[in-house]
Write a protein that binds this ligand. Structure first.
Ligand SMILES: [Zn+2]
Length: 288
């Protein structure tokens, strides 16, 4: 056998690169003769009015009954990848600088000193996202997860986006070892109630505002589809009290991995088209 010939059999392709050509009909799908011309959401084939096609109710999109070409499945991304890249970049820069400035003692200086706190913060963040991704891998197989997504036109990333049959969850993973997240409330009787997040006594509202703007971007990407979107700040290794703990600040859930997964799984499961939403979000927010 000539093993230099390209092997095009399905078994030789990387796993998960292609999805089935004919998708099963989900509860969100309506087979129909199209009243208006459209374009297949999956393969881009024009679908003239009058042909048999599948209407996807929640996203108001259409697709072929059977796509004529194979459809790549979305790149789900690698948790923590961009934070880890930034950590490596800073670490390498520092090493190079020290070796250039101290040709003889550079190695010794590096051995005896740590990376600055600002560099280590990137590694701590990457590890947090990796740990969160491990927890998310326990979700039921009706759920889809995207990791480390870029928000086009900004320098911001979204750590994780989970699409469940009940809605979308936008998750920011934070690793604050031994710090206690707490809800701080002012006013409420004579003055307007003002909620804020404290982390180990310090103001954490920048984190809440960050997740709120990520949620806005995701809602915009869903373009009017009736899909609930929930923003979450998920603290790993934090010092949560034994009783209570989880709360919301300005509409953003503040919680820890196990409690979050339980919430996502326990929420009554709707009939959303998980794959259609997942694919849309994967293309709007590319892998970072
Ligand atoms: Zn198609």
């Amino acid at each position: 056998m000539d093993d230099t010939a390209p092997d095009t059999s399905a078994a030789s392709r990387p796993p998960g690169t292609f999805s089935r050509v004919t998708l099963e009909l989900g509860p969100d799908d309506k087979p129909m003769k199209l009243r208006y011309a459209g374009t297949c959401r999956l393969c881009g084939t024009p679908l003239p009015a009058g042909v048999d096609a599948v209407y996807e109710r929640s996203l108001k999109t259409v697709r072929c009954v059977e796509c004529p070409i194979e459809i790549p499945t979305p790149d789900v991304g690698t948790a923590g990848a961009s934070a880890r890249r930034e950590y490596e970049r800073r670490k390498d820069n520092r090493e190079r600088r020290i070796r250039e400035n101290h040709p003889k003692l550079g190695g010794l200086i590096l051995a005896l000193s740590d990376d600055p706190q600002s560099t280590r913060a990137w590694e701590r963040g990457a590890v947090g996202e990796e740990l969160m991704a491990q927890r998310l891998s326990d979700l039921p197989d009706t759920f889809r997860v995207l990791h480390d997504r870029r928000i086009p036109g900004t320098r911001a990333n979204i750590d994780h986006i989970v699409t469940a049959p009940s809605g979308v969850w936008v998750i920011d993973a934070k690793r604050y070892k031994d710090k206690r997240p707490a809800l701080h409330v002012e006013g409420g009787i004579l003055r307007p109630r003002v909620e804020s997040l404290r982390i180990g006594g310090r103001d954490g509202m920048k984190l809440v505002d960050g997740v709120r703007s990520q949620v806005e971007r995701v809602v915009a990407a869903l373009d009017g589809a009736e899909v609930p979107v929930t923003g979450v700040l998920c603290f790993l290794e934090a010092d949560w009290p034994l009783i209570g703990g989880s709360f919301a600040v300005n509409g953003i859930d503040v919680t820890w991995p196990r409690a979050l997964i339980k919430r996502m799984v326990d929420r009554p499961q709707d009939a959303l088209d998980v794959d259609a939403i997942h694919t849309r979000l994967a293309s709007t927010f590319p892998s970072a």
